[in-house]
Design a protein around this ligand. Structure first.
Ligand code: KG4
Ligand code: ZN
Length: 340
């Protein structure tokens, strides 16, 4: 089964061709991603209108490259899959409409994929992982703990009640005048800082649910930063290190509770899987390693190129759905919001 996947929900324009073999094994034949970071950097964040226009300009060429690199023609495709949300609606419309056009012209089934479902199924693209497993998704737009019970069977165990984790990193970076995207910058600055200099709050610590909250912590950093003005480089490093330490402790606590809730409902997870841009953070990775070890499960973090937004994960989610006969009609709507 050969599936073309299209991703345009945020600031990556991406397309990929993935093969799903009869035994469920996957092969990525191409995975072309064009990040729009340069277009958005000077505004300090993603500008939806600029993103949508860039997707219009870039998508046809990216799809052509993905098909060429994979060495397949449209007639060979088993399906075309597009992320139909959740995300910035302009971009979602561009990707989904393009997929519908391909589906119509080449008489190929359409699969409207939930972007979050694609993140949730990504580890099965890289290894033979059986259900059920526990997903920790932390990106610029989402922070969730999800029980992945089967294809189409997702139970949200925890979510952020305010900012997404990547968003909090980006906002802290912005208030400290570090460039966008802020996550990697904060991590770098934190490496030379004192994580104990500022006693920032550990949001939600000890709460019986598995939810996250990041806006109070972000505000605490802002208050401390304005108290210290003008900031010396060491202040910035210490603020980043202290912020990151608070995020780590809160994340470890929230995931420990999430895994306990998982265990109660679904038994021992086959793995704890981390995805989303924040999973690139080395300090967070090692905190997750500890959490998984204590819960006696393995930690799986797909390679960075598959953790962040890409077309292969959309193609793969499409292939997993197609294998169960789950296709969509050309009426499938683009959705800004779409819960798993
Ligand atoms: O998954 P992703 O590439 O895109 C979406 O948001 O969908 O995630 C990007 C987010 C940004 O907020 C970025 O600052 C954050 O992930 N991020 C990091 C790191 N690398 C990327 N946050 C903390 N530490 C990092 N090393
Ligand atoms: Zn994403």
């Amino acid at each position: 089964m050969l599936v073309l996947g299209i991703e345009t929900t945020c600031d990556e324009t991406a397309a990929a061709v993935v093969e799903r073999q009869a035994d469920g094994q996957a092969r990525i034949l191409s995975n072309v991603v064009r990040s729009q970071i340069d277009e958005h950097a000077r505004f300090g964040g993603v500008v939806p209108e600029i993103a949508a226009r860039a997707h219009v300009d870039l998508l046809d060429g990216i799809i052509a490259s993905a098909m060429k690199e994979a060495g397949v023609g449209y007639a060979q495709l088993s399906a075309v899959a597009a992320a139909a949300g959740p995300g910035l609606i302009g971009g979602v419309i561009v990707g989904l409409t393009t997929a519908k056009a391909i589906a119509m012209v080449h008489d190929t089934p359409l699969i409207a994929v939930n972007h979050l479902e694609a993140h949730a199924l990504t580890p099965r693209l890289t290894c033979a992982l059986a259900f059920p497993y526990c997903l920790f998704l932390a990106s610029g737009g989402h922070t969730q703990i999800v029980a992945v019970v089967g294809v189409g069977e997702y139970v949200r165990l925890g979510t952020t009640v305010d900012d997404a984790m990547g968003e909090a990193f980006d906002k802290v970076a912005k208030m400290l005048s570090l460039p966008y995207p802020g996550g990697p910058q904060v991590e770098r600055a934190a490496a030379g800082g004192d994580p104990t200099r500022f006693a920032f709050p550990r949001p939600m610590l000890g709460r019986p649910d598995a939810n996250f909250s990041l806006s109070g912590l972000k505000t605490a950093v802002r208050n401390e930063a304005s108290r210290l003005e003008p900031l010396e480089p060491q202040d910035i490093s210490d603020l980043c290190a202290s912020f990151q330490a608070a995020v780590l402790e809160s994340t470890a606590d929230r995931l420990t509770v999430g895994l306990r809730l998982f265990q109660e409902r679904f038994g021992t997870p086959r793995a704890l899987v981390a995805a989303g841009g924040v999973a690139a953070n080395h300090a967070i990775r090692s905190a997750l390693q500890d959490v998984a070890a204590k819960a006696e499960t393995t930690l799986i973090i797909p390679p960075p190129a598959l953790c962040t937004d890409n077309g292969a994960m959309i193609a793969w989610a499409g292939a997993e759905r197609m294998a169960l006969g789950l296709t969509d009609t050309l009426e499938a709507p683009p959705r800004a919001r779409w819960l798993l």
